[in-house]
Design a protein around this ligand. Sequence first.
Ligand code: DX5
Ligand code: ZN
Length: 220
Amino acid sequence: MIKVAPSILAADFACLGSEVEEIRRGGADYVHFDVMDGAFVPNISFGVPVLKSLRKATELFLDVHLMIDRPIRYVERFCDAGADLVNIHVEADTEENNLAALEKIRAKGKKCGVTLKPGTPAEAAAPYLQLVDLVLVMTVEPGFGGQSFMFDMMDKVRTLRSMLDAVNPGCDLEVDGGITDKTAAVAKAAGANILVAGSAVFGKADRAAAIAAIRNSETE
Ligand code: DX5
Ligand code: ZN
């Protein structure tokens, strides 16, 4: 089953509640929540207080993507604010600290994940694969919405799917960046089962149609 996770980075923050309600009615599976600290990535987005408000406004699954340095400092606060899943970047700290951060998320009863930047090889996820519920492969450089899909990341998606099948077959594989009704099919064919899309959903007037087009995208 393919899941579609619209990224609210592309939403109108002045009416975030109704934006999220619209994607819920439009069939979104998750809300993708992009946290940026201006250090791990060259951009700043939003954080814990916004997540807390959003938690009150929706029952949708909140998929929190932390693009922040040393996430171990903050993961528990995002759990307490209402995240359903907290995802950290493997590049953001030492392996020891990342493992400890994942344990903290699990101890809060939440799902956890790891993310790989485009330049990070699949093997960098190996120490975490048995511990996580989701692995995210970035298909753009993290930091900004609206960039073009990196087709050359599909080898990494395929490699990670087979690595996961060996040790944690139930683990989800998510892609993030440049997903459209065209590129979604390519990501699905490579083995991704959760598709994040910002501009391809919130940039369209008809969000239900946009979500359906991504979900039903097929290779030509
Ligand atoms: C990028 C973010 C993405 C972003 C995707 O750093 O992690 O989630 O919102 O935006 P689009 O779908 O527009 O590429
Ligand atoms: Zn993201």
